[in-house]
Design a protein around this ligand. Structure first.
Ligand SMILES: [Fe+2]
Ligand SMILES: [Fe+2]
Length: 377
């Protein structure tokens, strides 16, 4: 059914060897521009053209059509950006654990060195956002092909356009405003490969719409809060406006599917969700940044894994959308609460009662908000 090998042993989630054993470069294609992945899913036609059978998806589709924006003209690309000033505030947990900790390779790093950590961190994060957006572009094109409902095909088609715009604006920002783009992180690449590779259409939704995009929505929000750079701030606000709709699309579609699955099928989805969560957590270890800065990568990986959960504000916030959405889908507590236990292990279960994205996506609607503001001025 699927080319993905489900894992049975999950106890090594904090083992640095598991992470360090993953090659940083794509061995099959170390310097190539093209990366190809086998897609095992069937393309599905439907002859049922009855629009509105899934009314919530139709509403979302109509909303998407009126919430389009243009990355070339709605953002002010004339703004000059100082790459060292994109982020000027630090997460206090990061400073304590990395800069003021005698165990850290960054202990007592001088201000110039710390500024480089920040600047490389921004280049790295925005590069991974760009690569992740391309993953979303391919996954939603795949969803158009594989989902059997016409309302979902219509909506997914609008998302393809959204994702093209997201790749475009992150690529342009990296190219024209920053220096030092990074290749795709191997943990992220493996995750995207698994999602594309899988034959089950609901797994494209789960992997991309719920896990990758749920994390992206939280990560964009965190960066939006940390930057005062006006171009990036508006870019992120506009991208988030689309992403919230995308995550809502995932939850509204999968609710119906997951109500009809048996326990073994649900457990497979829980495992896929947790493996995705781990890969995304591992990617934020940003091994490539330490490598580029000539800092001991293994020591940094170990240090980050050893950081107490309560100090990991950023890492925990990344899961603030994923956990309530998994709960809404019934994935947390199905099968004796397998996924609840895993999310407890990695210290993110406390987000379970936060608002899920189907309830809040309209609050993110930057395009309508700006239009209304312009109309009243
Ligand atoms: Fe996107
Ligand atoms: Fe998206």
């Amino acid at each position: 059914m699927t080319a993905t090998e489900p894992r049975t042993d999950w106890d090594d989630f904090n083992d640095p060897d598991r992470i360090m054993d993953i090659a940083m470069t794509d061995a099959a294609n170390p310097n190539g521009v093209i990366h190809s992945v086998q897609d095992n899913a069937d393309a599905i036609f439907t002859w049922n053209y009855e629009k509105g059978e899934r009314a919530k998806l139709t509403k979302l589709y109509e909303k998407a059509k009126t919430s389009q924006w243009n990355g070339e003209t709605d953002l002010d690309w004339s703004i000059e950006v100082d790459p060292a000033q994109v982020i000027t505030a630090d997460d206090p947990g990061i400073v304590d654990w990395f800069r003021n900790n005698p165990e850290s390779p960054l202990y007592k790093i001088d201000d110039k060195g710390w500024e480089q950590v920040r600047t490389e961190g921004v280049n790295w994060r925005l590069s991974q956002f760009m690569h992740g957006e391309q993953g979303a572009l391919l996954c939603t094109a795949k969803l158009v092909e594989t989902v059997p409902w016409i309302d979902a095909k219509y909506y997914a088609a609008t998302q393809v356009v959204d994702e093209a715009r997201h790749v475009e604006v992150f690529a342009k920002y990296l190219d024209t405003k920053l220096d030092g783009e990074y290749p795709i992180n191997p943990h992220l690449r493996l995750l995207l490969d698994d999602i594309i590779n899988d034959s089950r259409w609901d797994v494209t939704y789960l992997g991309m719409q719920i896990m990758v995009e749920g994390l992206a929505l939280a990560a964009f929000g965190f960066m939006h809060a940390l930057t005062e750079e006006p171009l990036l701030k508006k870019l992120l606000r506009y991208v988030m406006s689309d992403e919230a709709r995308h995550v809502a699309f995932g939850v509204l579609s999968l609710q119906e599917v997951y109500e009809g699955l048996n326990q073994a099928e649900i457990l497979e989805r829980q495992e896929f969700a947790f493996e995705s969560a781990l890969r995304m957590r591992d990617r934020f270890l940003q091994q490539e940044v330490w490598e580029r800065m000539d800092i001991d990568v293994r020591a940094m990986v170990e240090l980050q894994l050893a950081q107490p959960n309560e100090q990991k504000e950023f890492q925990r916030l990344l899961f603030s959308k994923i956990v309530p959405n998994c709960k809404k889908l019934g994935l947390l507590d199905a099968g004796d609460g397998w996924l609840r236990d895993r999310f407890t292990d990695i210290g993110v279960i406390q987000f379970e009662n936060m608002v899920d994205t189907t309830e809040e996506f309209l609050d993110f609607d930057a395009v309508s908000q700006d239009r209304e503001a312009a109309a009243t001025n």
